[in-house]
Structures are given as C-alpha cells and as structure tokens.
Design a binder for this molecule. Structure first.
Ligand SMILES: [Zn+2]
Length: 414
C-alpha cells in the first residue's frame, strides 16, 4: 500500500526508468520504441487510476483530462516529456510527468472539481534523440511541425518518423490533428530538473523560471595561409587559429561583463591542416551564445565579429565568413503564473529563487500559444543527460507541491 506522496513520486520515477533499451547505464528511451510504449502504458494506467479521461492524440501525446465546470474555458495544462537522450538519466522529463500524475492523484483524492478543464500531459520526442528534431510534441500542439519532417526525418536505422509512428500504432497522415485550436489552451506549467548547479549550491528548494534564454549558434570559418612554424616571422603570418582564439576570448570576456545569465561557448574547433608545426590555413569553430535577452547575445557576437575584423586588418591574407545555424528569441514566462507559483511556495514554506532556463523546453514552444511557466528542482552536482543525473525525491516532492498548489489555484479561478 503506497501511502505517501513521496512513495508515489519515487515509484513513478523508478517504474519509468525500467523502460530503457540499454540496461545498467542510465536510461535510454527513444520515441515510438517498445520501451516508449511501455512507459506510455504505465502513464495511461496511472492517469486512469486518478480518474482522468485519457486519450492518446495523433502524435502520441498522452492527455489526461479533468473536466471543468466550464468545459469550454481555456485549459490549464501541465506535464513534460517522457523520451530521453541516449544513456541519459531518469529525471529529465519524467520529473515533470510525475508532477502531473501526482497533482492529478491529489486533486482526484480531494474530490476537487475545477472551474476550468485541466489537462495532464506526457509528450514524445522532446530531446530529438531519435529523429534529430526535438520539441516534436509541443510543436505538433502549436502547429509548428515542418512540412515533410515526418516523412524525411530518420533515425540511425533509416526509419522515418512516419514509419515509426505506424509501427507504434499511430497514423502519420493524421499528425496535423494534434494541433490545438487557438485559445483552447490557456496556461502551460512544466516542472523540470534544473540541469545546472545553482539550486543545490545555494541550498534553495526550487527555481521559478523568469525566462527561457534567447540564443544564437554560429558557424565561423576563418581562411588564411599555411606557413612554416619556424621560419615565418609572426607579423608575416595569416594565422587563422590566432584570429579564432582572439575572437573566442573577446566574446567570452564580453559575456562575463554583460551578466544577466549571458554565456558563450566554443565547444568545437577544427584546424587545417592540423599539425603542430604548420600555421593553420583554415580554422572552423562554432559559437553558442545565450542570454536573458537576444540583445545581449547580439552584443557578444558583435564583439566576436569586431575581433575577427581587426585580425583581418592586421594580418594580410586573412578573411572569414559566418553562418547562423540556430536562432531562438528569449521567452519570458507569464508573470501571472509566476505570482501564483511564488504564493504557493510561500504557503508551503518552500524556498525559491528566480532563474533563467539556459536550455529550451516544451514550455518554450507552448509559450507561443499560451501563458507558460516552469519550475526547476535541484540537480545533484548540476549533472544531466548522463546516467549520474539525480534529484533527491524529497527535493522533487517540493517542486511537485508547488505545481499542485498552483494548478489547483489557477483551475479554481472562473
Ligand atoms: Zn527535458
């Protein structure tokens, strides 16, 4: 007999973690696989036990609905994704799913009848780990699937999204039916693990996300000339690696100076010919820059460009080109939901802080059609997307408590 909320949360996480295709190394649950179907069956059964009206939509989103006194009012929606990355952890995604399940169970046990409908959801393919194109479920809800992506995006075995959907029991021709009508969803609340070190380090129970960061990812190619590393004087070189190093350093310093959660990363750099005793004639690198506002991102990238321009003036024979690979505007979370989250935390004696989400989540897409908000719970040592990913169940429970109170409050308003 499971008595406490803590027991139920732990059971959800442990049961979902069993649906993995790689045993013993974290959790690997790719969208539309048999492990995914197993997790679906568990979630559906738990939703039904919580008295919800459960359906699976056209792309495999599990929706458990608690009808409101006004069934036509905009829906309060809460949940997260239930796919994982390869050999990831057990909390990224399922933490928000258990928050939804536990909120539903508690409201059901209380006999609560909401004024407006509540939908508890579990979403597919947020990570993009199988088909390379993430946020699939939320994009389907918001009508943002790209033409042809269901037919053309394929996994490592060449299986398309459409083929995998058929295998899973869905009709890919109906995928567009997952789109919800304008105004149908009023608010979306997602609990997620922080995937960073701040809450644990500062000993704060939960994070209330202020905004999901804006970001740009750039590919930069610097072109120059190869020369002998011994006999070419420094001022006569067209050293692409030197130009890249200066630009990366300048951008990093600007990011630090700007603050507001501004971060710049160069995680990939390649040189040609790539030998220790030859000046590099080509250097390719990628810059990932994120901040509370896209304006900050642009300031960092302006500094990167200015540094490259300066190198090109200084050294004859240097040039560069830049290409933007990824772009996303910042998304502020809805102030009205944030207020209720804060009030709920205060009432429950749970400490909180405002923070940025440096990663994209389904809430980011949902924010394009409704008010969105996110609650972060601590990640041990800030680790995520690794088997060591961990959140203490007591910590997760605090986040769940705030989501439960918030959903109840919002669904009580006429
Ligand atoms: Zn996630």
């Amino acid at each position: 007999m499971l008595k406490t909320r803590l027991d139920r949360i732990q059971r959800d996480i442990e049961e979902l973690a069993k649906f993995t295709c790689v045993e013993g190394i974290g959790c690997t649950r790719f969208t539309y696989t048999k492990e995914f179907a197993g997790a679906r069956d568990y979630i559906v059964a738990e939703m039904k036990a919580a008295g919800l009206d459960v359906r699976e939509d056209a792309v495999g989103i599990i929706i458990g609905r608690m009808e409101g006194k006004n069934p036509n009012a905009p829906v309060i929606m809460t949940g997260s994704h239930f796919d994982t990355v390869k050999t990831g952890g057990r909390f990224d995604g399922p933490a928000g799913v258990t928050a939804a399940l536990e909120t539903a169970r508690t409201l059901h046990d209380e006999g609560f009848v909401p004024e407006v409908p509540i939908e508890f959801v579990a979403l597919p393919e947020e990570e993009g780990a199988r088909f390379g194109s993430g946020l699939f479920g939320s994009r389907a809800i918001c009508g943002q699937l790209k033409p042809g992506e269901i037919e053309n995006n394929r996994d490592w075995d060449g299986i398309s999204v459409a083929e995998a959907m058929r295998e899973y029991g869905l009709d890919p021709a109906k995928a567009a039916e997952a789109q919800r009508k304008p105004g149908e969803i009023g608010k979306f609340i997602e609990l997620h693990i922080e995937q960073g070190p701040l809450l644990e380090k500062n000993k704060i129970d939960i994070g209330i996300v202020d905004a999901i960061v804006g970001l740009r990812v750039l590919n930069v190619h610097v072109h120059g000339r190869s020369d002998h590393a011994g006999n070419t004087p420094m001022h006569m070189r067209a050293d692409t690696m030197l130009a890249a190093a200066k630009a990366i350093t300048a951008g990093t310093e600007k990011a630090i100076a700007l603050g507001e959660g501004t971060v710049m990363t160069c995680g990939r750099l390649e040189t040609v010919p790539g030998a220790f005793n030859i000046v590099a004639k080509e250097t390719f690198f990628q810059i990932d820059c994120r901040s509370k506002t896209l304006a900050n991102v642009d300031k960092v990238l302006e500094v990167v460009r200015a540094s490259l321009d300066k190198s090109c003036e200084e050294y004859a024979g240097l040039s560069y080109d830049m290409e933007e690979m990824v772009f996303a505007s910042e998304l502020p979370m809805q102030p009205e939901i944030k207020d209720v989250l804060r009030q709920s935390a205060d009432e429950a004696g749970i400490t909180y802080t405002d923070m940025l989400s440096g990663a994209g989540h389904d809430a980011m897409i949902m924010g394009s059609i409704c008010g969105a908000a996110m609650v972060f719970v601590p990640s041990k040592d800030g680790r995520s997307h690794v088997p060591e990913e961990w959140t203490d169940y007591e910590d997760l429970q605090k986040g769940v408590e705030v989501v439960y109170r918030t959903v109840k409050q919002l669904a009580s308003e006429k």
